[in-house]
Write a protein that binds this ligand. Sequence first.
Ligand code: SAM
Length: 233
Amino acid sequence: MDHQQLSMRLKKVADFVPKGAKLADIGSDHAYLPAYLVINQQILSGIAGEVVKGPFESAKSLVNELDLSSVIDVRLGDGLDVLEASDCVSVITICGMGGTLIRDILERGKQNNKLTGHERLILQPNIGSQVLRSWLSKESYVIIDELIIKENGKIYEIIVADKSSESSELSKKEQMFGPVLLQDPTDIFKEKWLQEKDQFSNILKQLEQSRETQDKKIKEVTDKITLIEEVLS
Ligand code: SAM
């Protein structure tokens, strides 16, 4: 398991994991991320959590094949339910899911006292990053880093957040575009938001053509387009 076998997306996530971290990778499918991090001596041990039996078995197989079962614990369970206080996890990664699902996993983890606030969160939502940033902001997490990448024609965002004692609410604009990504709009960032703008323009056309008056929705979409134009200008 070397960097050539790991997707660029997960490699970028791995780059954010501090050396010596106690990692829990939730939704760990093949356990690629914890395996890569252990083999490259970036972490000493890890937990791979999976809720679906098939991917759980795949994770177990890879860990056994690589002879890593003494250092990677593969656990079957929903979200952060797989964690115990004695695990003393310092980093939680949740990657390759929708932002709403990641938000729900974190919210349930918080309600069940599985999320202590001491963990660094490294999150890679495939879509719906605004929902996720909004939750992080509401829960007093500070986004300390972000990255936007493109792999195999798909654009992905990575969000790194720490719990803070001071509340620093994100504006609507920061929730939508990302407070760190906004600072330095890369070509991939611009590409993503031009695509989004096209989609919103199509939605707007359909709304304007529909017989029912949808003033509220039209305003919502128009505001989004205006914001994108402002950021890209
Ligand atoms: N994290 C890997 C990656 O980024 O390549 C796998 C992504 S895969 C698309 C999403 C995985 O999350 C699936 O294996 C799915 O079974 C798992 N999953 C979805 N909801 C989950 C939950 N509530 N708890 C744990 N795992 C979950």
